[in-house]
Design a protein. Structure first.
Length: 554
């Protein structure tokens, strides 16, 4: 863990993360606190009741499932798909895989049939653990999954003898288990990227990935401690099927012995979020930008006196001044932005306790990681404010082992000792990074390279706007022009052209950013296309745009 410090430079220059040769995620989380009375999960049920589940309880249940998986003749490194939401069975399933040397595959429980089929075939999964909703989808494709031997359902289905029942398996198994003696580099999970283009790729994460995440979790949460002196309690609306929910919250919290709130929700509800944080006295949370924007739209001004957050972290897309100020006023805490990818997560972060918080910055490199900006010609940026691709040295402790069965894409990702993120940023003379956008999202208009993020943040500062996506679309004269696709706060605005509001938006961007950065095209829509992790599918917006050939007067 990070030593507490009041100076970022001293911390970054003196901290070394030593990865042991032997390491197992289960041993370092659930097993570590199994002989205490600590609570691992505060599980909220649909009926409003909740149950406290101890580390010891989770250990016994995961020991039983680990024995059951062995008894089903699943071998070390066999893949086990887990199609469940935020619930105790999800944690038990992952921990049992880590204990027994299996490779778990977190799968979003709202995935459709095609998405599940691709991932289960690509990974050659031998078993799947699911609820009844996942089972319905699996039954339609199970004969197309040649490697699938076992389906384990957490909800009993009497009519199909081919389906194994989760509780039955556990009840027939011993609650003691000797963990496999895993190397830190042994595979633990495959998390499929939710990229906006091309087929998903399975990022293979080794056991040491958890250790690599710890500094990146401690930075936005302003240091953590196993002595529970801060009464920390974590929750996130991010599904545990994604690296943001699993490695930014669940597993690191348990590494410190800090309880996590679990609730299986199918849709983000801002009102429920406020109520949950108040009722359960949430101290620490990871709130993705889309969630924060929806919370701001739901509650613009009303102070929530019963919220007692200590830290809020957010990452995925830049937040902007309006959202950051709203967080301070309504959530009563500063929001620490951070940056990472599934392939190498939590590498840049803010920490309001030891760093200046600069508007629009995603922070500085997390101790233990070497992060730079690289020009397209392969040289590093030496001058502040020049734009380059974010690259991370490939000995980073949280880096993936490679893409599952895809060496070609792995070699494209890691070149000459540096992981290429495909994300572009600038850095100032104090080492603070400023996210500009994905390489594919950068807009080339009249010779200018323009990132969509700052334009989106500027437009979001207008009260009439709930959400916005900015893209570049083809134009004969300028190469590309800027288009803003906007979800208005008042849905009645969808019924007319709203030229006055369009003019207001254009003028607002001109005055607050630059004359060449205002959106020449504006479209109002009911909702934006999002990935399952809440990121805007800008490529789909560009694809659906119909080019107007005669825009020379624009």
């Amino acid at each position: 863990m990070l030593p507490k410090s009041l100076n970022y430079d001293h911390l970054y220059n003196t901290f070394n993360l030593n990865i042991p040769s032997k390491f197992n995620i289960a041993s370092a989380t659930i097993d570590k606190f199994a002989n205490t009375n600590r609570i691992a999960l505060k599980n909220l049920k649909y009926n409003g009741e909740f149950e406290n589940l101890s580390f010891r309880f989770i250990q016994k249940k995961s020991n039983q499932l680990a024995n059951a998986l062995d008894n089903l003749n699943l071998n070390k490194n066999d893949r086990v798909g887990i199609i469940l939401g935020q619930c105790p069975e999800t944690l038990i399933s992952h921990i049992s895989c880590f204990k027994s040397g299996k490779i778990s595959i977190p799968l979003f429980n709202l995935f459709g049939i095609d998405a599940l089929k691709f991932r289960l075939i690509d990974s050659s999964a031998s078993a799947v653990i699911c609820d009844k909703h996942g089972l319905e989808k699996l039954m339609k494709i199970k004969y197309e999954l040649p490697s699938l031997k076992h389906i384990i359902c957490t909800e009993k289905k009497e009519s199909d003898n081919e389906i194994l029942f989760f509780d039955d398996l556990l009840n027939r198994s011993k609650d003691e288990y000797k963990n496999v003696n895993t190397n830190s580099e042994d595979p633990a999970l495959i998390i499929y990227t939710s990229g906006t283009t091309g087929d998903p790729k399975g990022a293979l994460l080794p056991h040491r990935t958890l250790l690599g995440h710890i500094p990146g979790v401690e930075m936005p949460h302003e240091f953590l401690s196993s002595d529970l002196s801060n009464n920390d309690c974590f929750w996130t609306p991010a599904d545990w099927a994604w690296i943001g929910g699993l490695f930014d919250v669940l597993l690191p919290s348990l590494y410190f012995g800090i309880p996590v709130i679990s609730f299986r929700s199918s849709k983000f509800d801002p009102e429920f979020t406020f109520d949950l944080m108040e009722k359960f006295e949430v101290k620490n949370t990871f709130l993705p930008p889309t969630s924060l924007k929806m919370m701001k739209s739901f509650n613009l001004y009303k102070s929530r006196d019963k919220i007692h957050l200590r830290t809020v972290g957010s990452g995925g897309e830049a937040l902007g001044e309006e959202l950051l100020n709203w967080g301070k006023e309504i959530l009563n805490v500063g929001i620490n932005e951070f940056y990472g990818q599934t392939e190498c997560n939590l590498t840049v972060s803010n920490n309001g306790l030891i760093m200046k918080q600069k508007l629009g910055s995603i922070g500085r490199p997390v101790p233990g990681h070497k992060v730079k900006l690289m020009k397209d010609d392969g040289t590093f940026i030496s001058k502040s404010d020049d734009e380059g691709e974010i690259v991370v040295q490939s000995n980073s402790p949280s880096i993936f082992s490679g893409y599952w069965n895809n060496d070609k894409e792995t070699q494209k990702k890691i070149i000459d000792g540096w992981l290429h993120t495909g994300d572009y940023a600038t850095v100032d003379d104090e080492g603070y990074f400023y996210f500009k956008g994905r390489k594919d999202d950068l807009i080339n208009s009249s010779g200018y390279r323009i990132g969509p993020t700052e334009i989106e943040n500027s437009i979001l500062s207008l009260q009439e706007v709930e959400m916005v996506a900015v893209v570049g679309v083809p134009n004969e004269l300028r190469g590309e022009i800027i288009k803003a696709v906007i979800v208005p706060r008042e849905k009645s605005l969808l019924k007319n052209k709203n030229e006055n509001l369009k003019d207001k938006i254009k003028e607002h961007v001109k005055q607050n950013l630059a004359a060449h950065e205002y959106p020449r095209l504006i479209e109002f829509v009911k909702e934006l296309p999002l990935t399952t992790t809440g990121k805007i599918k800008r490529n789909l917006i560009r694809k659906n745009h119909i080019e107007v050939k005669n825009e020379r007067k624009i």
